[in-house]
Design a protein. Structure first.
Length: 103
């Protein structure tokens, strides 16, 4: 059985139905989905776990602790949910990049 994972990223002005990618190898499958808000993320995470068999979800640093908790509870205890949080210097650099990009 292959390991199936998803990366869910918050970004403005995206459409989760089309702003996504999929990598499939014999032992690994990776879904990447861009969403505008935690509600879209929740819907996508539920679909991926229930319909595609995803067992691990990585969320971008933009998700609040309460949003992470909401998603974790919705997908259930058999799904690993984590958040990619940078260290302080990395967070500053990323923040500057986001501002420069007009977010």
């Amino acid at each position: 059985m292959k390991f199936k994972e998803a990366f869910v990223i918050l970004a403005p002005g995206v459409d989760p139905a089309k702003d996504r990618s999929f990598i499939d190898t014999p032992k690994y499958a990776c879904y990447t989905i861009l969403v505008q808000n935690p509600d879209q993320a929740l819907a996508e995470c539920k679909k991926l776990t229930e319909q595609e068999g995803v067992r691990a979800i990585s969320l971008c640093p933009g998700f609040s602790n309460s949003a992470v908790g909401m998603i974790t509870e919705a997908v259930g205890p058999s799904i690993g949910v984590c958040v990619a949080r940078p260290d302080v210097p990395g967070g500053k650099i990323i923040g500057e990049c986001i501002v420069n990009a007009g977010w």
